[in-house]
Design a protein around this ligand. Structure first.
Ligand SMILES: Cc1cc2nc3c(=O)[nH]c(=O)nc-3n(C[C@H](O)[C@H](O)[C@H](O)COP(=O)(O)OP(=O)(O)OC[C@H]3O[C@@H](n4cnc5c(N)ncnc54)[C@H](O)[C@@H]3O)c2cc1C
Length: 455
């Protein structure tokens, strides 16, 4: 065998698996294969000046490379079982939380010390929310910020490169079962190992599907979250964000009984494009460094869509809606809430007369031509509900960027060790469909590494 353990994907899941393996068993030969670039080579060409929108790089530096999809993220590590994945269903709630705390300790050790840990438990906002039929979920959140998150990754890489063989710009094409282990093939050649950890995240979801089909590993896919990113003056949410940083608020709509939730809140942050398999959607981030902060806060409002038989391609449904916005707007569309309410398009003129300065250069347009009525109605209801706890949310100039889609990877069948029906083949992180966040993905990496060490 070339290696004891091969890890496919250098996102948080892969990084923390490698870290934990080398901590306990420095003698093991471990290799990490990553489709994207090394951290220092990751650069999104959009500079807002010469290149204003996505040019579809072969390897998207936002989604791929050392650090995975999380490298330029806001670095919010939510320590909770209430959202961010269902890891606890496999490993138990206490262990899942313990592992998330452990990941937090490592992040602090590698450059995150001094960053804030916020908590929602026992705050007055829980009462305020419930009084308006809004439900604030419990969580502790470590906010590293985009800048410190990058420093932590730099330090983790400096630590790991001495202990692990890294192969960047090396997408794995196939995984084969061989006697006593696995063989992975890339353009650089074939490598064998005793144990194989697959942690390919969202960008590797299609490839993951092909591997599962090839190896007959059962999967299921029935969920996608669709919505918009809301941007408004930071003062509107300041009372919540100053104390909690991020609040995950859930609302059940009166019209349809659908759940709408806030997601990925970025106080004084910026709205950004996200490229998933060539489709441009919207996301957001913020910096810990005050000099990089903006006047605005942004967050997503998402409506969960679950499908039943016979429809199976929930991500395809989300992609089609995102494609529609790309078709009409050439990318992301932005609309003032006031224009949406009045049933009219936001024009460049209306945009220019707004009191808010958008942080993303998106095409002014009409989201009602893109989003299904049921989803749009839910979002509008939620905006009015939020207006009661954060007055100003339903102002005319509140900006809605569309669409934001949260794709869920298909859920891969694994056991309580996150091991597939093939002994020694593990699937972790967002690529498994079990996690959807930095902390859960990282925790799944630590968990699998510990199990391998135990064996
Ligand atoms: C802009 C943005 C902001 C975000 N902000 C937050 C946040 O603040 N908090 C939070 O909890 N979550 C956030 N997320 C989500 C978070 O980044 C992911 O949940 C997390 O990165 C998942 O980790 P992972 O290791 O499972 O997968 P990923 O981070 O997606 O890493 C998978 C890696 O595998 C590589 N890969 C894929 N296919 C192959 C292959 N065939 N061969 C080799 N390598 C392959 C990819 O290039 C990638 O680098 C954000 C995501 C984005 C895009």
């Amino acid at each position: 065998m070339n290696y004891d353990v091969i890890i496919i994907g250098a996102g948080p899941g892969g990084i923390f698996a490698a870290y934990e393996l080398t901590q306990h068993r420095p003698d093991l030969k471990v290799a990490v294969f990553e489709a994207g670039h090394a951290l220092e080579k990751r650069r999104c060409p959009i500079d807002g000046d010469k290149i204003k929108s996505c040019i579809g790089c072969k390897s998207c530096s936002i989604m791929s490379g050392f650090g995975g999809a999380g490298a330029f993220s806001d670095g919010k590590y939510n320590i909770t079982n209430d959202f961010g994945g269902t890891l606890y269903e496999y490993i138990g709630k206490t262990q899942a939380l313990d592992l998330m705390h452990y990941v937090d300790e490592i992040n602090l050790k590698f450059g995150g010390e001094g960053t804030k840990l916020y908590s929602t438990t026992g705050t007055r906002f829980k009462t305020l929310c419930i009084q308006h039929d809004l439900h604030l979920l419990d969580a502790s959140v470590r906010h590293l910020g985009t800048d410190i998150n990058y420093v932590v990754l730099e330090n983790l890489y400096a630590h790991l490169r001495e202990r692990v063989a890294f192969f960047f710009d090396t997408p794995i094409e196939t995984v084969k079962i061989i006697p006593g282990g696995y063989a992975v093939r890339s353009k650089a050649g074939e490598y064998s190992c005793k144990k194989c950890i697959i942690s390919v995240g969202r960008s590797g979801s299609k490839w993951m599907g092909a591997v599962c089909e090839d190896l007959n590993i059962p999967t299921k896919s029935n969920r996608v979250d669709i919505g918009v990113r809301v941007e408004l003056p930071a003062t509107v949410f300041a009372h919540l964000t100053d104390e909690l940083y991020e609040s995950k608020i859930v609302y059940r709509t009166e019209t349809y009984g659908d759940k709408v939730r806030t997601f990925c809140m970025n106080p004084k942050g910026a709205v950004v494009n996200e490229n998933t398999n060539g489709i441009i959607t919207v996301n957001g981030h913020s910096y810990e460094d005050p000099s990089k902060q903006t006047e605005n806060t942004n967050f997503a409002l998402l409506v969960a869509q679950r499908f039943s038989e016979p429809f199976k391609d929930s991500n395809g449904y989300g992609e089609s809606i995102a494609r529609l916005s790309n078709m009409l707007g050439g990318g992301v569309i932005v609309q003032r809430f006031g224009d949406l309410r009045r049933g009219r398009r936001t024009t460049p003129g209306r945009m220019n007369s707004a009191f808010i300065t958008p942080t993303l250069n998106a095409t002014p347009g009409d989201l009602s031509l893109v989003l299904p009525k049921r989803i749009l109605d839910g979002i509008v209801e939620m905006i009015y509900a939020l207006d009661k706890v954060a007055p100003g949310t339903a102002n005319d100039d509140t900006l809605l960027y569309g669409v934001e889609v949260k794709f869920y990877n298909m859920e891969v069948k694994v056991d309580e060790h996150l091991e597939t029906c093939y002994p020694g083949l593990y699937i972790i992180g967002d690529g498994s469909g079990i996690t959807h966040s930095l902390s859960h993905a990282s925790a799944s990496g630590v968990y699998v590494a510990r199990n391998i060490v135990k064996e």
